[in-house]
Design a protein around this ligand. Structure first.
Ligand SMILES: [Zn+2]
Length: 240
């Protein structure tokens, strides 16, 4: 039986003599892995419609074992993104995280649309600007929203231990506590890193706004480095 999916192709991997396994994030079934039979043969036409970072309608025949791709119609080739190296590295980094934290075959329309909006917004700014900070802050916005959507949300208004409203002082992020510690609570805690006040403000903005509005944000390298450090610390704890 044939199934039709609206999908975003995340990844491909060569297997056997001429086949590939594709990882696709679909609207209908979440993340799926399907087989492209014979797609590496010189005259195989299907491969051109299955490149990673492409939005497509994908047809899959299901029998025993892994579904087989029988056809693909590209709906958005995202050529602007594919031509921009800074955006590409951000997007494949994000795809890697998505693959790690999202399980297979679980429909999640919110995450699908979040990813689609991120790709469309990233394409818009990649053709408009060469400012890497703008591209990085958009990626961080997507990642913090993705984690929140996947159930890894953290409190950004209050100290996770004493519950007092966070002040503009030296605050710390604790992945194990999934939150921010105020200066006085942090004294007795290990496994914490400094989270800048600017970073706290950015995360609040990420969580309250749609991705398409995050393209207006400007950030400097220092903001981005601290946010990346917090993200890295949190991800290491999540995938542990
Ligand atoms: Zn506290």
């Amino acid at each position: 039986m044939d199934f039709k999916y609206s999908g975003i192709i995340l990844n491909k991997k060569d297997v056997g003599e001429a086949d590939r396994i594709y990882t696709i994030f679909t609207l209908e079934a979440g993340k799926i892995r399907v087989l492209g039979k014979g797609v590496r043969r010189p005259n195989a036409k299907l491969a051109g419609h299955l490149e990673p970072l492409t939005c497509a309608e994908i047809f899959v025949a299901k029998g025993k074992g892994m579904g087989k791709i029988t056809g693909s119609i590209v709906t958005d080739n995202l050529v602007g993104l594919k031509a921009d190296l800074d955006s590409l590295s951000n997007i494949f980094y994000s795809f890697g995280i998505l693959e790690k934290i999202i399980s297979e075959q679980e429909e999640d329309r919110e995450v699908f649309y979040l990813l689609l909006e991120y790709l469309q917004s990233a394409e818009k700014i990649s053709v408009k600007t060469a400012d890497k900070c703008k591209k990085d802050i958009l990626m961080l916005g997507f990642l913090f929203k993705l984690l929140a959507e996947a159930g890894y949300c953290f409190e950004v208004e209050k100290c996770v231990l004493c519950g007092k409203k966070l002040k503009l002082e030296k605050n710390y992020f604790s992945a194990a506590r999934s939150g921010i510690l105020c200066g006085s609570c942090a004294k007795e805690e290990g496994g914490k890193i400094v989270i800048e006040n600017e970073s706290i403000k950015f995360i609040r903005i990420f969580l309250k706004n749609k991705i398409e509005n995050l393209v207006k944000l400007s950030a400097n390298r220092k903001n981005i480095n601290n946010l990346k450090m917090v993200m890295k610390e949190f991800l290491e704890w999540i995938v542990k």
